[in-house]
Design a protein around this ligand. Structure first.
Ligand code: DHB
Length: 496
């Protein structure tokens, strides 16, 4: 394994180039990137009755020149066993994978995670979060903070740049830190799930380099080993069309009003019915979706084209429905009674058909059209695509054309590109292993989004474990045993 040897002296990084010539990078500020200078506290947590001791290295600034030193930090937790030559779950200080959970929600600024205080973990008494489980299973935990949309300096692509800088920090320090930086596994939920996918897709892409340089990110690569994502709110510039493809005809809504104070997400439900104008917009957006899907030239695992006709019907719709059918079938196989679900046709204990429109009615619409690029700039995503001087912007041609405010502006297309993993997923990206989960009761974005990601990844030769857990709403980290079984399997699999 190639390992960097960080040689940091008085703010100057020296590293050997392939040619043998010495390259010196001047670092203008006092944040050193050498993990060896960090201090720790001894902590422990109890998981399944077993005490796990670990060293906590907290609030490490992961770039030399942060623009927001509260939101460009990483917390690193290393099992104590790895300082005594010990092993956990077959892993050692040399081989332990690094679990990289981001805590991002709503594209808001996110603090670094702390075991026992995970943002998406089960909130019930006595249950443990993903970071605690990771430590118990012998993973090194590295949870980065990241900038978010409410800050002038947190607009797109700040959060993805920050996550990449955190990966570079871990890779740069690989030789002097327990854990194997060639085995970094990212995890996130919702906006954090989307960023987890984007982190995997965009490894080492030159597009992000100027931003990383400006921050003084560590001179290292930023590809990762594997990706876990729960309900990714991704492909934002096509998500409005995808949403109406699924929910067109569902005119009553229960809108989730997400207001946020700092990184704390506050959710309120507001009931309503679409206006005639909104119903028209829904139709126009739905009509855009087939051209987008068809442009992707996706194929199912059998190699059949995934397409939609002008009405939005066809093999892609059947593909999305097939995941719903699989989820329902697993419930039937476990003896559950699904006779009340009118969108399923069940014959002799087998799901024989899924009525996608009836499924959408049963789940319910949660967003008004356009769901993401709001005509009045009221969505969180409008704020994500703002700039340091303009808080909110449009990011699709459609919403810009139909804008409520004549003065509203359109985001720079390159910035929109930097947030969409579809531009980067190819055979050449590093992560071979992907796990995507979206609950069947989730209507924060269309199921088409995760299905498109899955097909694109599979068509690019990646292994994708994609499923729709039954009746699970918009949430993450609810199946930690399965998640870590999957991670162990991916780490131990021979390459191929
Ligand atoms: C999240 C939820 C949304 O509905 C959305 O549009 C963006 C982010 C979230 O929970 O992170």
């Amino acid at each position: 394994m190639m390992k960097f040897k960080p040689a940091l002296l008085a703010g100057i990084l020296s590293l050997a180039c392939g040619s043998g010539a010495a390259k010196t990078i001047e670092v203008s500020q006092g944040y050193g990137l050498d993990f060896r200078t960090q201090t720790y506290t001894r902590q422990s947590t109890v998981v399944n009755g077993q005490t796990v001791a670990y060293r906590a290295y907290e609030n490490i600034v992961y770039v030399a020149n942060p623009v927001d030193s509260a939101y460009q930090t990483i917390n690193i937790y290393i099992p104590e066993a790895y300082f005594n030559g010990g092993s956990i779950n077959g892993y050692t200080a040399q081989t332990a994978p690094i679990f990289l959970p981001n805590q991002i929600g709503g594209y808001m600024p996110a603090k670094a995670g702390v075991p026992g205080k995970g943002g998406f973990g089960p909130s019930k008494e006595g249950q443990v979060d993903a970071m605690q489980v990771a430590l118990a299973r012998g993973y090194v935990v590295a949870s980065p903070s990241a900038r978010g949309r409410t800050a002038a300096t947190g607009k797109a692509p700040a959060a993805i740049v920050d996550l990449k800088a955190a990966v570079r920090y871990l890779r740069f320090n690989d030789a002097v830190m327990a854990g194997d930086a060639e085995k970094i596994i990212s995890n996130g939920t919702s906006a954090g799930g989307a960023l987890s996918v984007l982190l995997g897709a965009s490894g080492n892409q030159a597009d992000y380099e100027p931003y990383l340089q400006q921050l003084g990110a560590a001179p290292a690569k930023d590809h990762i080993f594997a990706v876990s994502a729960y309900c990714p709110i991704s492909i934002l510039d096509h998500a409005d069309a995808a949403y109406e493809w699924q929910f067109n005809g569902v005119n009553d809504y229960q809108k989730m009003d997400i207001s946020m104070i700092d990184y704390h997400v506050e959710r309120k439900l507001v009931n309503g019915t679409l206006t005639n104008e909104q119903i028209q917009i829904s139709g126009s957006l739905k009509a855009q979706f087939p051209a987008y899907v068809n442009s992707l030239r996706l194929r199912d695992p059998q190699g059949r084209a995934l397409r939609l006709d002008a009405q939005g019907n066809g093999s892609f719709k059947n593909y999305v429905a097939s995941f719903l059918r699989r989820s329902a079938q697993s419930q039937l196989d476990a003896g559950k009674d699904l006779s009340s679900r009118n969108w399923l046709t069940i014959r002799n204990g087998k799901v024989s058909a899924v009525d996608f429109a009836a499924y959408a009615r049963a789940t319910g619409r949660q967003k008004t059209p356009p769901a993401f690029d709001a005509l009045d700039l009221s969505s969180g995503e409008n704020q994500l695509f703002g700039t340091a001087t303009t808080d909110k912007q449009h990011f699709t041609a459609f919403s810009y054309q139909h804008r409520a405010n004549a003065q509203a502006t359109l985001a720079d297309p390159q910035t929109v590109k930097l947030m969409n993993p579809m531009h980067y997923i190819s055979r050449h990206i590093a992560p071979q292993h992907w796990r995507i989960r979206v609950g069947t009761a989730d209507s924060d974005t269309s199921l088409a989004i995760a299905a498109i990601l899955t097909a694109k990844l599979q068509n690019s030769g990646k292994r994708v474990d994609f499923a729709l857990p039954w009746d699970v709403p918009h949430s993450g980290d609810y199946d930690l045993d399965e998640l870590f079984d999957w991670m162990d399997k991916t780490v131990r699999q021979p390459r191929g």
